[in-house]
Design a protein around this ligand. Structure first.
Ligand code: GLN
Length: 258
């Protein structure tokens, strides 16, 4: 019998970095893979767990509270940074939401002045102004993928989600490509008008909600990239009936577009 193709998803710090339903992203990746006949193995990776290179196909890290981020950042830098860097360089796919996205950058300075050093994998920095001078960025968010993006060219170019962050993220390189341009909401910061990042096989975003169930085009891109890297072959994913997913996506657009 032919062996099933298999994906391994590494959920980084599921107890601490998993707010606003971020675990729904893992469920979406698992289900959409299984519906195509792939087997899925989910590994929860916490402070106590060792990370070995070459095991994980898709890394996922959700959002977190400032205090939890400080603890997680320390563990990542001390115990997991080298393996993560190596796997990412080798093409591992990463979906990092909000606090997870901030962590990929150089640092996150919190509203009370505490600073958490990041992984420095993506050239971004995040600074949260004091809550006395600025509010959190909270609300529904809609963006447009870059016109050059292969998924956008297939006609499905919008992303929808819900943002809730104090940190304002700035790009430190002109060459960095955002995930989307903001149509509704704040995104990375009030001035930039962009949201999230595409860097190697990394998807960083402020979108919670969770993100993937309402954005099935991105879920499939993540699965496809992971499969192609793992099996070193072009992969064409079987089409699924996404009527419900696109209804949910379009409901957000219809309700909140200006
Ligand atoms: N604590 C971070 C901030 O407020 C990230 C929040 C989140 O992950 N939702 O910016």
């Amino acid at each position: 019998m032919k062996e099933k193709m298999m994906l391994t998803i590494g959920h980084l710090y599921p107890e601490k970095m998993n707010i606003y339903g971020d675990i729904g992203n893992i469920i979406a990746l698992k289900k959409r893979s299984e519906w195509r006949g792939f087997a899925v193995n989910i590994l929860n990776i916490s402070e106590k767990n060792m990370l070995k290179p070459g095991i994980i196909d898709i890394y996922f890290m959700g959002g977190g509270q400032d205090q939890d981020q400080i603890e997680v950042y320390k563990d990542l830098i001390q115990n997991k940074k080298k393996v993560l860097q190596r796997d990412i360089k080798d093409g591992a796919v990463v979906l990092a939401i909000c606090g997870g996205y901030q962590l990929l950058g150089e640092y996150f300075t919190m509203g009370d002045g505490r600073r958490a050093e990041g992984l420095r994998i993506v050239p971004i920095e995040t600074i949260a102004p004091s809550t006395k001078v600025a509010q959190r960025c909270i609300g529904n968010i809609i963006t447009n993928l870059q016109p050059t993006d292969e998924i956008a060219r297939s006609g499905k170019s919008t992303l929808v989600g819900f943002e809730n962050h104090s940190g304002r993220t700035r790009f430190k390189s002109d060459k960095l490509i955002p995930l989307g341009d903001v149509l509704v909401g704040t995104g990375d910061n009030e001035n930039a008008k962009h949201e999230g990042v595409r860097f190697k096989n990394i998807f960083g975003t402020y979108m919670h909600g969770p993100f993937l169930p309402k954005n099935p085009h991105i879920a499939d891109e993540i699965i496809k990239l992971a499969m192609e890297r793992k099996y070193k072959n072009k992969v064409k994913l079987k089409k699924l009936d996404d009527t419900i997913e696109w209804n949910a996506h379009n409901a957000v657009i219809n309700k909140f577009s200006k």
